[in-house]
Write a protein that binds this ligand. Structure first.
Ligand code: MG
Length: 294
């Protein structure tokens, strides 16, 4: 059945800002999230309870200020300590992360994939104790900057384990933005053997301008949740100067014009991008933003 409604998972305040060079004040982050909350979004990734990331050092202040804005606010939690801090801040949804590439996992979170799963156990237990839903992220689902192509079967196996661990949804991260629709087909042919499309989300980077076509291929597979960031916030750490996250404005434009509803107001997202562009002193990567703002 053709997908007629898509849920947008806005990742600008965390995934986006974390990959921006300029440190944004807690006050500006809160205002950015407030503006995003006026758009009709239902899900926003607000921050990360990760001590080692300086852009996210204000997680507690930001999270407690935004948690009641309306959309369900999620926060990335790397381990038990992060989860305890997040819970103390009134956490509504947790996100945990691993990757399909052993080398990437090692370089990114300094552990093996196996070790990342043993950390999840503690986080999942705390989440269950407090009835907090958990979303799982898998990075490098098509290609890794160190290992090259990743076998779709490997991704499927990790997704299967995450579902068994108790996550309600898995976001498939095409981290380096190289994939084209045929890569997505090869990926989803395998992953959907293990996990139904209703539990999968696409997190496709637009580094080479292919993210939207990958979204549309994913719709054919029954996926109806996609991650994006306002203005296309967040660069690509593997290609300095290049873009990373698909811009929410670009995604909304393409979906709405294709008669696929989202419930999100494109103009309101652009207002939030307009605000944050001053805080990061950088023009948004979004092409639709550029087309509608003069
Ligand atoms: Mg991303």
């Amino acid at each position: 059945m053709a997908i007629s409604r898509v849920r947008i998972y806005e990742v600008g305040p965390r995934d986006g800002l974390q990959n921006e060079a300029r440190i944004v004040s807690a006050r500006d982050k809160i205002e950015f999230i407030r503006l995003l909350s006026l758009s009709g979004l239902t899900n926003i990734e607000a921050t990360a309870f990760v001590r080692s990331v300086s852009q996210m050092a204000d997680a507690q202040e930001v999270y407690t200020s935004v948690r009641d804005f309306g959309p369900r606010m999620s926060a990335l939690v790397p381990n038990r300590k992060g989860m305890e801090n997040a819970l103390a801040s009134g956490l509504r949804e947790a996100a945990i992360f691993t990757a399909a590439s052993e080398t990437f996992t090692r370089k990114n979170i300094n552990s093996s994939i196996e070790e990342s799963f043993s950390r999840f156990k503690e986080v999942m237990q705390l989440a269950a104790d407090h009835a907090i839903p958990v979303r799982g992220y898998v990075s490098t689902v098509v290609e890794c900057p160190y290992e090259g192509r990743i076998a779709p079967q490997k991704v499927a196996e990790i997704c299967d384990r995450l579902i068994q661990a108790g996550v309600y949804e898995i976001s498939l991260g095409e981290t380096i933005g190289v994939a084209v629709p045929d890569d997505i087909s090869r990926l989803l042919d395998e992953v959907t053997k293990k996990v139904p499309p209703e539990k999968l989300a696409g997190h496709y980077h637009d580094t080479r301008g292919t993210a939207l076509s990958n979204v549309f291929r994913s719709l054919d597979y029954g996926l109806s949740v996609f991650d994006s960031s306002a203005g296309g916030l967040g660069g690509c750490p593997y290609a300095p100067g290049a873009s990373g996250n698909l811009a929410t404005e670009d995604l909304l434009y393409a979906l709405h014009r294709s008669k696929i509803e989202t419930g999100v107001d494109l103009g309101k997202i652009a207002d939030a991008s307009e605000f944050i562009r001053h805080a990061i002193a950088k023009e948004p990567a979004s092409r639709v933003f550029a087309a509608i703002r003069k």
